[in-house]
Each structure stands twice: as C-alpha cells, then as structure tokens.
Design a protein around this ligand. Structure first.
Ligand SMILES: [Zn+2]
Length: 574
C-alpha cells in the first residue's frame, strides 16, 4: 500500500522526454514508482485529463525577509513552485552586526522594492552569522522548500563596517576576512554566494549595493570559496549591456573551482541586451572549461504602473499629488473622473528631474494597458502612443483614462529594453538557448512595480498554450526549463524529475483550465505594507515531500517544507 498514488495523469517527468499516461506512487515523501499501473494507495488522486509534473524550482527569488513570516511564500507557491532559492543579487539579511539591521533593510528596500516597514515589522532578528540565519529558517514551519545564498552586500557591511557599506576598496585583510565568512556560510549550508555588479541597484539612500565596484581580487576571492566548499553557485546581477562586459574573471573562477557562475541576462534599461555577443563569450569560455550561465526571463523586464503602484505617468505631477495623491483609491478614482480635476492634472508636467525616470514616464509608444487577463506581448499598434494618434487625443489623455478603468485597478505595462521589436522573440531565443537557464522571477521582490513570481505559470499559459504572435515552445521543453534544469544548476540532485528515489514534489495541473489573472495590489504584508500579487486557477494539487499542500488552490495546512542546505543534498537511490 503506497502513501499516495496520483493515478492516470499525463506525466511530464521534467527530463524533456515525451509525456505519457500513467501513475506516480509515493512512499515516505519519496517517489516509489512512475509507470503504467501502480498498486493501491492509502490516498489516491484521480489525475485523468490532468498534467502531472515535478514541482517548479525557482532559482531567483528575494524571499529572504518574507521567509521568516510567511510559511507559504506567496505568490510563488500558488504557482506550483515547491523550491525557491533566495539571497540573490547581493542583498539579504545575514550576516548582520547587531544594531545594523536597518542598513540591510534599506538596501533591500532600495534594490528590490520590498517595503522597509514590512521587513522591519516582520523579521525576527534571531541571528548574527549566516549559519545562525540558516538555523533560524530551519526552525520555522513552512509549506515549500527554501535554499539561501549568502549576499556580498551583507558580507561587506559585516566585515568592513561603514567602509564596506560605502563601497570603499577592500584591503587584502578585508578580502581574506570576507572570504572566511562566505566559506563558513557555505559549510553551514548556503547554496551559493551572490553579488550585485549593476549600477541600477541602489539602496534606499541612493548608494550602490556594497560590492558593486569590488575589485577583481575581491570577487575572485569570494568565488574561490566555492571551490573550498566543493558546492554552490555564484550569482551576479550585472550590467550586461555595456560594450566592455568582461566575463574573464568569472570564467577563470569557474574553471578553477569547477563551479557554475550565473549572471542575469535581462535589460532593465532602455537598451536591449547584446545577447549574441554575451552568448558568444559564454560559448568560447565553455570550450575552455568554464560554466557561465546567463539567467533568462519568461518575459521582458518591465514596470507596471497603476494608481496604487510606485509610479505612473501622473504620480510626479504637482496637481496630481496635491489634488488626489493622498486619497484612498475609491475616492481618488471618483475625483479623477471630475472633468476639472482631470484637466488640471493633464495640464501639469512630469515633476521628475531624473532623466531615466522621465524617459519611462513619457515613453508612451512603449506603454500598454496590461488588461485582465494580462497581455504581456502586445502589438506595437496597441501602445498608448499609437492609440492616441488613432483617436486624435494626447497620449496623456489615453493613459489617464486607462488608469481609471477596472475601478482604478488597471495597470500600464512598460516593457523595457528587450521589447524593442514589440514581441517576445528575443525572450524566446534566449529561453531556447541550451546554455541559458530560466530564472529572474524575482519572487517576493519589486512589490510596487513588478510581479513575476507567476513566471512558471506564464511559461505554460503563454509559451506553450496561447501565444499567437510567434512560435510557441514545447510542453516538455518548458517543464524541463523550470524543473530538472534549474535544479541541476543549483545542485538539487534530489528533485526536478519524476523518477523513483526522487523527492515527491509534484504538481497536478488542469492545463486547459490554467488561468493567470492580472496582478493586483494588496496590503497584506506586516505593518499593512503593499505588494503586487497575481492569482491563478488550474493548479489542482501541489505536493511537497509527498504531502498535499494545496488542493484546488486552497492550502491544506500541511507544512512539509524544509530548509535545503547546500552540500548536504541526498542523492536519490538508484
Ligand atoms: Zn534579483
């Protein structure tokens, strides 16, 4: 008698192999059999007509704070994610000198747009070292598995104090001490070490993330700790757009340590990423034994603008701020519908001096209504600018009226550099490149502007099922992208494939009924802080370690999730 049998589903096992109909049997949290006909189970799930897949492994999230107060890590777990990797892009909450917690909060708030008020109210600071942080996470009950990377920003501030926090150059002694802290964290179970090398990432006070300008010697010393520990990944948020992008030190570290280095390959700027050149470099270093893995996204980097988000085309107008800016949404919408108020706001100007900010707020040929269901691949003629020209109105008028739709909840979608061709062809080419990996969902982050924790669902709805403006991707291919491939990169040898001996993390999905809703603003974070969430229908069951955690989208109360420690992942029985 098995613990659980998922019967008669259409099994897509995560390896990329063609789907087949059969049963998945689970015992003791581990898959016992995958095949045509399993024996009876104490519990049976009828998966006739449903997809049965491994749970998704999302390698790029920022749940480092939320992980201490939300056992479900929503929205990711709603979307079938059963393992998240946190601590990306050089920011996180350990190690921390007692009394310096505020600094790390400001860093996370600035870089990842996670409300500092929520972090301050939600995080129970029970640690100083990274090992103590991991121990604290291990004690907390949770529904899905989490793994943590040690962030360079925190390490630098911890070891070098103010000098490190303000990006002063590290001495050889500083570097040796930072490497020792990282090594210790890896030995305690950190799954990697991360850093921010992009000028876009700034703390709330405007300063760049500690480590942004770190020398090659400092970066190399951090990377070498992976070799000492014998496990782990180095992750870098880096400006891949400049002509002088240099992957050389990364390649050398990877060759020396035998460990992978993953770099973000998205263009969060007006310029598109020179993908061909970066992939050329990656392939030439690969021939010399380096493993450099560009992380690519399900859709372009973008900003959502609405009346409740961080910015929108009128949020910096003095008239908007003084007339309606402080009102609750309902009253604000009512006032904004008043023709006099409308005229005053429309006659005012963007009050922002920052040229990049101005650029985005007035880029009407690249601003679209997102709609519900959301359209992430709108055609050029659907832009606010194109509509305005067609309708003989100003783009500001069109944008203003769009913001008032859906009772003021409509969102404007502003895809950045990668959307210059007005379709997702660039993303498709990045996704299917054998040397890239799917990532960059930034789950838990950018709470006032972006919601990509839903990316694994979007991969199925848009890329496999619904796309009409270009080629689609294969079902088995997409499921491989977000299971075995992401698991392999981070050394999760025990998951990502439905096979005997593997951890029983499983999604049972009504593929035809899979429905992604528009993102929405809610105020459910600690201290009532704001965040964007995105709901979904179609995940019938999500199973973690053999226990059903969601049934028809409702949590069952089971909390089988664990902290996954790097270097201690049990290989499955043969
Ligand atoms: Zn990130």
């Amino acid at each position: 008698m098995h613990d659980l049998v998922i019967r008669n589903g259409r099994i897509v096992d995560g390896t990329g192999k063609p789907a087949f109909t059969g049963d998945v049997a689970i015992d003791g949290g581990v898959i016992a059999a995958v095949g045509p006909k399993a024996g009876a189970g104490r519990r049976e799930i009828d998966a006739s007509g449903l997809l049965v897949t491994p749970g998704w492994v999302d390698i790029h999230t920022h749940y480092d704070g939320q992980v201490t107060w939300d056992p479900y890590l929503t929205p990711s777990s709603w979307h079938g994610v059963t393992t998240v990797v946190m601590g990306n892009c050089g920011v996180g909450f350990a190690p921390v000198q007692p009394g310096k917690e505020e600094f790390l909060i400001g860093l996370m708030e600035g870089v990842e747009d996670i409300p500092g008020s929520a972090l301050a109210a939600g995080i129970p600071w029970q640690w100083e070292s990274f090992a103590q942080y991991l121990d604290a996470l291990a004690r907390m009950p949770r529904a899905i598995d989490v793994a943590a990377q040690i962030p360079h920003g925190a390490v630098r501030a911890y070891v070098m104090g103010e000098r490190g926090a303000h990006n002063e150059a590290a001495t050889p002694d500083d570097i040796a001490r930072m490497a020792a802290v990282v090594r210790e964290a890896l030995c305690a179970g950190a799954i990697g070490v991360t850093s921010s090398r992009t000028l876009l990432h700034r703390a709330k006070n405007g300063e760049h993330v500690p480590g942004t300008f770190a020398s090659e010697a400092e970066m190399t010393a951090l990377g070498r700790t992976l070799g000492d520990a014998g496990h782990g990944v180095m992750e870098l948020a880096t400006d891949m757009v400049g002509p002088d992008t240099n992957l050389e030190w990364m390649a050398k570290v990877s060759i020396e340590t035998g460990r992978p280095i993953t770099i973000l390959a998205t263009a969060a700027t007006p310029e598109p990423l020179d993908f061909e050149r970066v992939m050329g470099l990656v392939r030439s270093w690969k021939r010399q034994g380096a493993r450099l893995v560009p992380q690519v996204a399900a859709r372009p980097a973008y900003v959502l603008m609405g009346l409740e988000t961080t910015i929108h085309p009128f949020s910096t107008h003095r008239a908007y701020r003084s007339l309606v800016g402080r009102l609750k949404l309902e009253e604000r919408v009512a006032r904004m519908r008043d023709p006099e108020v409308r005229a005053q706001i429309l006659n005012d100007e963007v009050g922002l001096k920052d040229p990049l900010g101005r650029h985005y707020l007035t880029l009407f040929d690249s601003i679209f209504a997102l709609g519900d269901p959301p359209n992430y691949e709108p055609a050029r003629e659907m832009s606010v600018g194109a509509r305005a020209r067609r309708e003989g109105r100003t783009p500001q008028e069109v944008a203003y009226d769009l913001l008032l739709q859906r009772d003021g909840r409509e969102l404007l979608y502003v895809p950045l550099g990668d959307y210059q061709s007005f379709d997702l062809e660039r993303n498709r080419r990045l996704l299917i490149d054998p040397d890239t990996r799917l990532g960059v969902s930034d789950g838990g982050a950018h709470c006032g502007m972006v919601c990509d924790a839903s990316a694994p669902t979007f991969m199925l709805t848009h890329w496999v099922r619904d796309r009409e403006r270009g080629p689609r991707l294969g079902l088995e291919q997409v499921i491989r992208f977000q299971t075995s491939e992401t698991a392999e990169l981070y050394g999760f040898t025990d998951r990502g494939v439905l096979a005997p001996g593997m951890k029983a993390d499983v999604n049972v999905i009504d593929f035809a009924g899979l429905h992604l809703y528009a993102p929405e603003i809610v105020y459910d974070f600690p201290a009532g802080a704001r965040r964007l969430i995105q709901k979904v229908d179609g995940y019938k069951y999500t199973v973690v370690s053999g226990e059903v955690i969601y049934e028809n989208g409702a949590p069952t109360g089971a909390l089988p999730g664990k902290l996954v420690r790097g270097g201690r992942i049990a290989h499955p029985a043969p």
